[in-house]
Design a protein. Structure first.
Ligand code: AMP
Length: 241
């Protein structure tokens, strides 16, 4: 059983790295932001509750976040373990988490703010299949169209200058202290996230003393592209809305 936390600013590749790690180790990837995004896209009661907060780049209230995480982990579909991404983001969430779960490692994806801005402000997502693109590093063959399904490429609602500024400020004010807290418990592995995704993944596995990747992930399976929770938990209000 392996239980990991992955942390890093917006655009540092948490979703991609979690999926690469989860794929051949049979871990369940729990993306807290993905759960909220799914609820927004599917117009649930919880989605209505968090939509504006998310679009502004602000953090959702701790009570709701904790109940989403608790409900998701209570599914117990993680026989081989889990990797949780986007949580905890402040001290209260970290304390809640540490009270209930042992952690085997915390991966911190380190990325300078200048690179975060370059990545986030050029990020586009297929509205139909969720494949992600970067207008400079991995642009689509036809501008504005998904290579895979032909869907429209859109900007995530929170990938704006204003929302990014809020998120970076929150990250440094509220999440950096959590990393320090974990560091004192000697859980933390910091990885330089500027390299290509597969090189970053190799570094993560070395730090965690895990075997190298067995399968390379096809580019693009993105956050939000697949349902982040089992069907029965995806009803309006099911995760504490
Ligand atoms: P992410 O995909 O991790 O960047 O999360 C997207 C958005 O979901 C964040 O900007 C917050 O509005 C919300 N969110 C995700 N995780 C948390 C969390 N642990 N605490 C508070 N808000 C969160």
């Amino acid at each position: 059983m392996r239980k990991y936390v992955i942390m890093g600013v917006q655009g540092s590749g948490k979703g991609t790295q979690s999926q690469l790690l989860a794929a051949d180790l049979d871990l369940v990837h729990i993306g807290v932001g993905d759960i909220f995004r799914w609820n927004v896209q599917n117009h649930t009661k919880m989605g209505a509750q968090v939509r504006r907060t998310m679009a502004a780049g602000e953090l959702v209230g701790d009570d709701l976040v904790e109940s989403v995480v608790r409900d998701r982990l209570t599914q117990h579909d993680w026989n081989f373990g889990f990797i949780i991404d986007g949580f905890p983001r402040n001290r209260r969430q970290a304390e809640f988490f540490l009270e209930s779960y042992d952690i085997d490692g915390v991966i911190v994806l380190d990325l300078p703010d200048s690179e975060v801005r370059r990545r986030v402000l050029n990020r586009r997502l297929c509205a139909d299949c969720g494949m992600d693109y970067h207008l400079i590093d991995s642009s689509p063959k036809v501008a504005g169209r998904c290579d895979s399904c032909g869907g429209d490429l859109v900007t995530r609602e929170d990938d704006t200058e204003e929302a990014l500024a809020v998120r970076l400020r929150d990250y440094h004010e509220k999440t950096d202290p959590v990393i320090e807290l974990f560091r004192r418990k000697e859980y933390v592995f910091t990885v330089d996230a500027r390299s290509a995704p597969e090189a970053v993944q190799d570094q993560i596995r070395k730090c965690l003393r895990l075997p190298p990747m067995t399968a390379r992930k096809p580019r693009g399976a993105s956050e939000g592209s697949s349902p982040p929770v089992p069907v029965e938990a995806r009803q309006p209000g099911a995760a504490g809305a």
